[in-house]
Design a protein around this ligand. Structure first.
Ligand code: ASP
Length: 345
């Protein structure tokens, strides 16, 4: 197993003045000892964090141009979500807005640019969850809806159900007026080459699998949300469904607790129930999101899997935790935008 990498948005500098002010008020009123004053965590006005997949992502394997293209694509996605949050939009609209440009960008294994199944087709999975009411929507194995995340959202908003699969899911998306495409719209040469490599080797390595995308956000009202969308795993058997569309495996959001989007070897994430495990540990054991994520990913690693998580807690603290070499990732809030790729940045 690789080491675990953890990063949080650094709020320490912004929180310190709040704590100091609380102490001063307590001392002046002489009614409460300063030490008994509970520090009130300062929530950012809004914040969004995304991932573009975890895996064997090493400096030596990316040219400067490729790295710049990934960083630019991450920034585009972050700005799209930030536009929603800045205007007072909801976290669930923001995570959706952030992942759409990544579904449309062939760099990522979601939408256009999704990996091929062993049969040379594309079967896409997506899910979205609103932490304010824990409403959720998902689609699995869709072949024709251009943006699977919009189909997942339509399931959440416009059906009595949480998940649709296969032909029924595509038919539902078409009835909702979503843009439908031929399956070949998702084709890219790069993913076809990966398919050929995997079929020739008769084995998939961690290097063949990354590019799933996901987002978590907190809006100005303190609501959190999460979204995940993917083409799955290169050369997967037709009909295979991974963790990405499963609420509780790759995606979970609950106000005041946490929001999670996962990427990695889906079978292990399903078996651990990663996203719900993280939120349950935060809610019931009082762990912070990093500790909870480290535990859940530790369980994945113990079973033989790898991958990563983007997380946000109920106060808008964001974190990235992964046990793969790298993870495409980034965050944005009113103070600025950051992107990262490798494990050492
Ligand atoms: N989790 C995805 C799946 O197993 C793949 C990935 O995130 O790389 O379908």
């Amino acid at each position: 197993m690789m080491g675990m990498t953890m990063m949080t948005t650094n709020q320490t500098a912004r929180r310190a003045p709040v704590r100091a002010l609380m102490c001063l008020i307590a001392l002046m009123s002489a009614s409460t000892a300063c030490s008994t004053v509970e520090p009130v965590p300062e929530r950012p006005e809004w914040r969004l964090a995304i991932h573009g997949g975890a895996g064997v992502i090493l400096r030596e394997n990316l040219t400067e141009e490729q790295e710049a293209a990934y960083r630019a694509a991450l920034e585009t996605a972050l700005q799209a979500g930030a536009d929603v949050l800045r205007d007072g939009g909801s976290a669930v609209d923001a995570v959706q807005a952030a992942v759409i440009p990544m579904e449309d960008d062939p760099l990522f294994n979601a939408g256009h640019g999704a990996v091929f199944t062993a049969a040379g087709r594309h079967e896409l999975d997506a899910s979205i969850m609103d932490g304010s009411d824990r409403n959720a929507g998902a689609v699995a194995g869709v072949k024709r809806v251009k943006n699977p995340i919009l189909a997942a959202r339509a399931v959440m908003d416009r059906s009595d159900h949480v998940m649709f699969a296969g032909q029924g899911a595509d038919a539902f998306a078409a009835r909702q007026g979503l843009e439908m495409v031929d399956n070949s719209y998702f084709d890219t040469d790069r993913r076809r080459e990966s398919l050929e490599r995997v079929l020739e080797r008769r084995a998939r390595t961690a290097a063949d699998r990354h590019g799933t995308v996901g987002a978590v956000a907190i809006d100005q009202d303190g609501n959190v949300a999460a979204a995940t969308t993917t083409g799955g795993m290169t050369a997967k058997t037709a009909g295979r469904v991974g963790d990405s569309p499963l609420i509780g495996a790759a995606t979970y959001a609950q106000n005041g607790v946490c929001a999670v989007s996962a990427t990695g070897h889906g079978e292990y994430f399903i078996r651990v129930g990663v996203a719900k495990t993280v939120c349950a540990r935060v809610e019931l054991a009082g762990e912070d999101i990093e500790t909870a994520a480290e535990n859940a990913l530790g369980q994945v690693a113990a079973l033989g899997g790898d991958g990563g998580l983007v997380l946000m807690d109920g106060d808008g603290e964001a974190a990235f935790v992964f046990n793969s070499a790298g993870m495409y990732r980034g965050s944005i809030d009113p103070d600025g935008i950051e992107t990262a790729i490798y494990g050492d940045e």
